[in-house]
Design a protein around this ligand. Structure first.
Ligand code: NAD
Length: 361
């Protein structure tokens, strides 16, 4: 099993920032991406944290991901905004696109965003949190194209779509915003990469091999994209994943996974977002109060046998942020090696990069 070390989040952020500037990102863009990735680590989503950088490095080298890109912000049509990210880093492109779309909210009380042709937007919950922090309810659906599909539709033995995540949040003053942020596959693909790097097995029910037989070995999928992830919740998760492809792909973008070319090392995300001003439903204070009452109602439910407490969606991320801020972020040696190797390919000295890392006391 791979060895893990707990590093301070600030030193991981510095490492990420340095590698990103090595890719050619200017300091402001590198800050946005590094903050996004390290916050993903802090929330417990290592699948979408610093370990993504080697893949981004490959994409930059192959010309499929463009540092410091300028998105095309189309003139809104009513409440609908369309933004072409022109293959820029999705972390920055998605925030610029949301800012553009949110300008429609004062007039229409709602904004619908179609973000096309973006680099990986990574942890989609970031965008629900961004909208909730501005007082808006939001729903985001993201499809994943540019590489062969990864998830078997219900009843199929071959993949037909990708991990197509959905995220939504409700704004609640003075409390953490309830936040759902899920892949429609049983687990995100990055969790297979993390398990493979750590030499761990996947939990039951996540993966099938290329014969359609269930397996817990992450390596064929992580290293050679063999086999398929399963959709969560049988036909229901599979149906959601298919509708994410239709909304973020068929509606928003020029391609779905059925027609998009496969790029070397490519990951393209398209995002369909709906951003709502709760004040349109009476008063945002009333909406926040009803949300809080329901939140408390759920929290008061007695825990099932074997469960410590009932958690609302979004609470594990808050708990992880607190724990990892104090105890450091665990990163396995294989991921560190991949990061140093990636930096070296962009002329950054491995010893220099290693020297940026600080173990948490
Ligand atoms: P997951 O299975 O860990 O589920 C996370 C969600 O479940 C969160 O809303 C969390 O608050 C909630 N949750 C977890 N444990 C809980 C508990 N005990 N009680 C109540 N709620 C609980 O995550 P995942 O599906 O593997 O997705 C991981 C990340 O991958 C997400 O951030 C997602 O946005 C991201 N992702 C991104 C892409 C992309 O292409 N950009 C693709 C797929 C997934």
């Amino acid at each position: 099993m791979g060895t893990e070390t707990n590093y301070t989040s600030t030193s991981l952020n510095q490492l990420a920032h340095t590698i990103l500037t090595g890719f050619g990102c200017n300091s402001d863009e590198a800050t946005i991406i590094a903050d996004h990735l390290i916050d993903a680590n802090l929330t417990g989503h290592d699948s979408h944290g610093i370990g993504m950088l080697p893949l981004y490095g490959d994409q930059v080298r192959d010309g499929n991901l463009i540092p410091n890109q300028t998105p095309t912000l189309h003139e809104p049509i009513g409440a609908i905004s369309i933004v072409n990210a022109n293959r820029g880093f999705g972390h920055r492109m998605a925030l610029l696109a949301l800012d553009h779309a949110m300008k429609s909210v004062p007039e229409h009380k709602v904004a619908v965003l179609g973000l096309r042709n973006s680099g990986h937007v990574s942890r989609v919950g970031t965008y629900s949190e961004y909208c909730a922090a501005r007082g808006y309810v939001s729903i985001h659906m993201v499809n994943v194209v540019g590489h062969p599909p990864l998830v078997a539709p219900f009843g199929a033995r071959e993949p037909g779509f990708s991990t197509n995540p959905i995220s939504m949040a409700m704004p609640v003053d003075g409390k953490a915003h309830p936040l759902l942020d899920i892949a429609t596959s049983t687990v995100a693909f990055g969790k297979v990469r993390v398990a493979s790097n750590k030499g761990e097995q996947m939990p039951a029910g996540c993966l099938v091999d290329s014969d359609g037989i269930e397996t817990s070995n992450p390596d064929p999928m992580a290293l050679n994209r063999e086999g398929a992830l399963s959709a969560f919740g049988a036909h229901k998760g599979s149906g959601l994943g298919i509708f994410v492809e239709m909304l973020a792909g068929a509606l928003v973008s020029d391609d779905t996974v059925a027609t998009m070319e496969h790029l070397p090392s490519g990951v393209i995300n398209n995002m369909f977002s709906v951003i709502i001003d709760p004040a349109a439903f009476g008063s945002s204070d009333d909406v926040a109060r009803r949300t809080t009452e329901f939140y408390d109602f759920i929290k008061a439910k007695p825990a099932a046998v074997g469960t410590k407490e009932v958690l609302l969606p979004g609470e594990p991320e808050i708990q992880n942020r607190t724990t990892r801020t104090h105890q450091g972020v665990p990163v396995d040696n294989e991921t560190i090696n991949q990061l140093l190797e990636c930096g070296a390919q962009f002329s950054l000295g491995k010893d220099y990069l290693q020297g940026l890392l600080q173990k948490q006391d």
